[in-house]
Unconditional design. Structure first.
Length: 115
């Protein structure tokens, strides 16, 4: 399946890929370590998953786990993920909100007229 046809969701150490148009579960995966909150980053064909600081690399099309890194010594918590191909949802949402505010302020500024 093409990753452009998928939407990814994560919660309670689980990740699922849903078909964008139907909502049908295409694949699902569960982390071996970590509990609770899941952060996701789609980086090309890889889906990078953090579950309370434990890092996993999944094939985005199939959900097959490619790698695992326990990030020993870094602690646990909600991860902010960034790569040259994108960022996790929290910074992305903030960037989208900033852009929307910028556009709103530009559209509400009256055009200057010259005589």
């Amino acid at each position: 399946m093409n990753t452009a046809d998928l939407v990814f969701v994560g919660f309670n150490r689980r990740v699922a890929a849903l078909h964008r148009l139907t909502g049908e579960v295409v694949w699902q995966w569960q982390a071996s370590d970590g509990m609770s909150y899941v952060s996701l980053l789609l980086d090309g064909g890889m889906l990078i998953v953090s579950v309370n600081g434990y890092m996993y690399g999944l094939d985005a099309a199939s959900g097959q786990q490619r790698w695992y890194n326990p990030m020993k010594g870094y602690g646990t918590g909600v991860a902010a993920l960034v790569s040259v191909n994108g960022m996790s949802s929290t910074p992305l949402a903030a960037a989208a909100a900033d852009e929307a505010a910028r556009q709103a302020s530009q559209s509400s500024t009256p055009a200057s007229t010259s005589t």
